[in-house]
Design a protein around this ligand. Structure first.
Ligand SMILES: [Zn+2]
Length: 123
């Protein structure tokens, strides 16, 4: 996997990586605050979320989340994976660069604005 050239420069990637990590941290805090404490301790949840790859989350944990929290957590993780794989910042539908203005607001965006609109229209 080494020597693979990233499409986006390292500095920019690092900026978005930090944004994503922060967004994930905040989401986790919110999840912990909402979580039914009779089911698991905070530490267990934090361990469950940790810095793990998406597919290693326990199903129980994922099912315990609300749909929107789960969706966002998965999107953040996928964006972090794309940073690792050096294809972050490009639309997953058309392959074009996603505008940095859009990534600044939604760092986990998967599609460019055009594709997002088309997808929302159900095209
Ligand atoms: Zn697109």
């Amino acid at each position: 996997m080494q020597n693979r050239e990233c499409k986006m420069d390292k500095k920019t990637l690092e900026k978005y990586r930090k944004k994503l990590m922060k967004a994930r941290e905040e989401l986790i805090k919110k999840i912990i605050a909402d979580y039914d404490s009779s089911k698991a301790s905070e530490r267990e949840i934090a361990q469950d979320i940790g810095d793990q790859a998406l597919d290693t989350y326990s199903k129980e944990f994922l099912y315990s989340l609300s749909d929107s929290d789960r969706k966002q957590l998965l999107m953040i993780n996928e964006a972090l994976n794309r940073i690792k794989e050096c294809n972050y910042g490009f639309c997953m539908r058309c392959g074009k660069k996603i505008a940095s203005k859009r990534l600044d607001v939604i760092p986990w965006a998967e599609y460019c604005i055009d594709c997002q609109e088309k997808l929302e229209e159900g095209e």
